[in-house]
Design a protein around this ligand. Structure first.
Ligand code: TNX
Length: 516
């Protein structure tokens, strides 16, 4: 009898243990904190639990998926400590995390994805690898701790269907005023990619420094790259290093847009090659932060040989479709010379099969629907560009400029466009901001970080985060989903993640940060 009771007891314990292992932990995906907020999200109340045994399965035979699988494993490892193995499979498996590129769903486009989370499996499907990459960023954000003593990593169950509002979602880093090396740029790429930013605009030249090796004009870097704001030693990327950045960005589905700012902002270039100087004054290396005093000599053929060589070499190392030619604040270039210069430079960019982007002033030149105007300052310039058929990248300085101070006490940053607290940075709609510019005219959104006052990675992180996260949502999410009160709670929940990654973000008082 005793034995029978014992057997029953042990069997009961075993069953209980088995059931408790298999019983999914209840969780609510709708309480999630995903940024950018997805197009459609339905919660089903249960969860998928991760363990050391969880596998990442990849649809067979796709090298891009393989790379994404590895990045996913790395992100999961970083967050949870779990080592997931990766395996290619011919068919969707009955368990594990599956990544596939055969969604065959027009609505999803190139970057959209569908994510289905069930008790036993997670399936992420897209039309293209870029979509899987977007979905992976969502999936990682959905991971949370649950269960007894909060020790289990789970993904709340449900379905997410998601795709971007705008195809271009960028961040700009000015590496001319202060130079930042390859490792810093890679960190910016990684952090921005977590929020589905897909364009990295590098401001590679300005009065204070020339930062990209051009083999046919070697003194641009050896002389023009030798200093920076404040008189530090400056620096530049060799072509090999630049290509390394392009490849790293590409592996995160991000396009690099190189900018050579002309005909103004060119002091460093013509200190190296005085024959390009159009000011009639002798030039010296410059380490201050004034703008608008420099110009190339727009009427000299030599200048166009220079532009041709620079654009050719840049095009050869850039696999993306765009070359940014600057064009802003050319205050000492006569209007007719400015227009002449932009027109000729535009032809050179076209000759190398690239699309020209320029700051909004370029709308005064003979541009058309094959060009892109980056709105930063003047409505009338951007509107003129749109009238000529050009598409617009929205970077309104009052909301999108990451170098503006948050408030009057902010220790770095400028304030010429106003103070930009996190709510102001978030509360705008690209499609209604400027009368005469609608969604159909807009390529996307970009947040520029000018670095006159930015000296190191901590400074970058402090000004970029959290404002870029809000801009990422404006660029990706549907306009009717953008809501500050809801957003501030979600972004508050990102504090732990950001801290874990060592991001030195600005702890705005407007956001209910959850630090513990
Ligand atoms: C204006 S924005 C500039 C930059 C400065 C920036 C500082 C633009 C196209 N030109 O040269 O760095 O202000 O906020």
């Amino acid at each position: 009898m005793k034995r029978k009771i014992m057997t029953l007891f042990v069997t009961g314990m075993l069953i209980k243990m088995l059931v408790s292992c298999q019983q999914p932990i209840p969780a609510d995906l709708s309480k999630n904190n995903v940024i950018p907020v997805p197009v459609e999200l339905n919660a089903t109340g249960s969860s998928y639990q991760l363990s050391e045994k969880t596998k990442i399965y990849l649809q067979e035979g796709d090298s891009e998926l393989n790379a994404i699988g590895k990045l996913l494993a790395k992100q999961i490892k970083g967050l949870t400590g779990l080592n997931l193995s990766i395996e290619e499979v011919p068919e969707k498996p009955a368990n594990g995390i599956y990544l596939g590129v055969s969604a065959n769903n027009d609505v999803l486009g190139k970057e959209g994805y569908s994510l289905v989370i069930e008790d036993k499996k997670v399936a992420l499907n897209a039309n293209k690898a870029a979509g899987v990459f977007s979905g992976v960023q969502t999936l990682v954000q959905c991971l949370e701790l649950a269960g007894e003593n909060n020790t289990q990593w789970i993904i709340p169950s449900g379905n997410i269907t998601d795709y971007p509002s705008y195809g271009y979602r960028g961040v700009m880093l000015d590496v001319a005023r202060h130079f930042f090396g390859v490792e810093d740029v890679k960190r910016v790429i990684d952090l921005a990619a977590m929020y589905k930013i897909n364009a990295l605009h590098l401001h590679l030249s300005d009065d204070q420094g020339w930062r990209i090796e051009i083999k046919s004009w070697p003194k641009l870097t050896t002389v023009g790259g030798s200093t920076q704001v404040g008189g530090g030693e400056g620096g530049y990327y060799t072509q090999e290093q630049y290509k390394e950045i392009v490849a790293y960005a590409k592996s995160r589905f991000m396009t690099v847009i190189p900018e050579i700012d002309m005909p103004g902002h060119t002091n460093a270039a013509y200190v190296a090659y005085p024959e390009l100087n159009g000011t009639g004054k002798e030039a010296k290396l410059y380490t201050g932060i004034e703008v608008g005093f420099s110009t190339l000599d727009t009427r000299k053929e030599k200048t166009y040989e220079f532009v041709d060589d620079v654009v050719r070499e840049l095009s050869e190392m850039t696999d993306g479709p765009y070359i940014h030619i600057g064009g802003d604040e050319s205050h000492v270039t006569k209007e007719k010379d400015y227009v002449y210069f932009i027109n000729r430079t535009r032809e050179i960019v076209k000759k190398y099969n690239k699309t020209m982007i320029g700051w909004d002033e370029i709308a005064h030149a003979d541009i058309d629907k094959s060009d892109i105007v980056q709105y930063w300052a003047k409505d009338e310039n951007a509107i003129l560009g749109v009238k000529k058929g050009a598409k617009v990248i929205m970077s309104p300085s009052k909301m999108a400029y990451l170098d503006m101070k948050y408030d009057s006490t902010t220790h770095i940053g400028l304030s010429w466009a106003g103070l930009t607290e996190v709510d102001k940075a978030y509360k705008w709609d690209p499609a209604t901001l400027v009368e005469g510019i609608g969604k159909e005219n807009i390529l996307g959104v970009e947040s520029p970080l000018w670095t006159e006052t930015v000296e190191n990675m901590d400074d970058i992180e402090f000004l970029v985060f959290p404002r870029l996260i809000g801009h990422a949502e404006i660029g990706w999410s549907q306009a009717n989903k953008l809501n500050w009160d809801n957003y501030k709670v979600r972004v508050g929940k990102h504090a732990k993640r950001l801290k874990a990654l060592g991001v030195d973000f600005y702890e705005s008082k407007l956001i209910p940060w959850e630090m513990e």
